[in-house]
Write a protein that binds this ligand. Structure first.
Ligand code: AMP
Ligand code: MG
Length: 333
């Protein structure tokens, strides 16, 4: 009888534990792609392993896509001008070229020679001469990229950089992988990239802060969203240097080969796909408010929050019911 009671208590304990594992989130925080990342995954038993899987996947992509690591696939392509690419890199290249065409070249993966010239890959920042910029930009333009099967050829000294889309691709791949492993829900935060999967188990919406570009300690607005989304911010404040009182940021204008000065301080894009949201946030930042609003009017696959250098906050119509925390101006169709 006593033994039976003990067994019952033990079974209750086990049930309690498994019930707990089902509602608790597994978390992993790590450093990759030059930024702090975190993953929160709601799962049954084995959830902890899933949060770790996000780290492995992102680290593996980083090793493939790094422009500075001599062992990476992209480094080899840039150095040799030709390489056979893995499925991931080829997939990123094809999607990025398509988005580059769609954005009229505002997103341009061939700006790397210019980005490097200004010191953004090494941290040896400087303002180059007009002649140096012209030389670096001679190699820019997607016409210098050709794809034949899985072989990619770069001509005239062109070099690729997927800095504008890599985190978005990684976040999407991680979310897809978690879904395939049976995760109930997840929220990934990879630097400025947030990716949600499914619905938050407590039934409340995901709360996603859009950082105030002028004060890193606070949110400019907060988005409340349900379901799976990619929410990605590009901002001049994320990486920049200052010389003679001028701020030079890491997002480049393909027209000038210099840091973009579009009047925008940050752009946040919400879309169903990570690479799309990441690529568009960069492109819209380059375009500036009016061109970005027109681009949105001609599209149906994303919404955006745009914050101007003057601190005005604009949101596209589809987000107007999801935004809180400050006065905003709505961009209509
Ligand atoms: P993001 O933070 O996603 O806006 O991407 C910015 C990064 O992408 C920079 O650090 C550069 O490596 C690269 N980049 C800068 N300007 C552009 C551009 N116009 N198109 C594509 N990549 C860019
Ligand atoms: Mg981007």
């Amino acid at each position: 009888m006593k033994r039976c009671a003990a067994l019952a208590v033990f079974l209750l304990f086990l049930t309690g534990l498994s019930g707990c594992a089902r509602t608790q989130a597994a978390e992993a925080t790590f450093f990759a792609m030059d930024t702090v990342m975190s993953a929160r995954v709601w799962h049954g038993a084995g959830g902890a392993a899933d949060a770790q899987a996000v780290q492995s996947l992102v680290t593996e992509l980083e090793q493939t896509l790094s422009v500075t690591d001599e062992r990476s696939e992209l480094y080899r392509l840039n150095a040799d001008g030709q390489a056979e690419l893995s499925a991931d890199t080829l997939n990123i290249l094809q999607q990025t070229l398509a988005l580059s065409a769609r954005t009229g070249g505002a997103l341009d993966p061939t700006l790397y020679p210019a980005v490097r010239l200004w010191g953004f890959t090494t941290g040896d920042y400087r303002v180059p001469s007009e002649a140096e910029i012209a030389e670096a930009m001679a190699a820019a333009g997607t016409e210098h990229v050709s794809i034949d099967g899985s072989t990619v050829t770069l001509t005239d000294g062109a070099m690729l950089d997927f800095g504008a889309v890599a985190k978005g691709y990684a976040a999407q791949k991680a979310a897809d992988e978690l879904a395939a492993r049976g995760a109930a829900a997840a929220v990934l935060s990879l630097g400025g990239n947030v990716q949600t999967l499914g619905s938050k188990p407590d039934g409340t919406p995901w709360k996603i802060d859009v950082r105030d570009p002028f004060d890193g300690t606070r949110a400019a607005v907060t988005l409340s969203l349900t379901g799976s989304h990619a929410v990605v911010t590009s901002g001049g404040y994320q990486r920049y240097f200052e010389e003679d009182g001028v701020r030079y940021s890491h997002i480049f204008d393909p027209e000038t080969g210099a840091p973009a000065r579009s009047g925008l301080a940050s752009v946040t894009v919400a879309a169903d796909d990570g690479l799309l949201a990441d690529g568009l946030s960069t492109a819209l930042y380059v375009m500036g408010l009016d061109a970005a609003a027109d681009f949105w009017r001609a599209s149906d696959d994303f919404e955006a929050v745009l914050i101007t250098d003057g601190g005005e906050i604009f949101v596209t119509e589809g987000l107007s019911g999801s935004v809180s925390g400050a006065e905003v101006q709505v961009i209509g169709r």
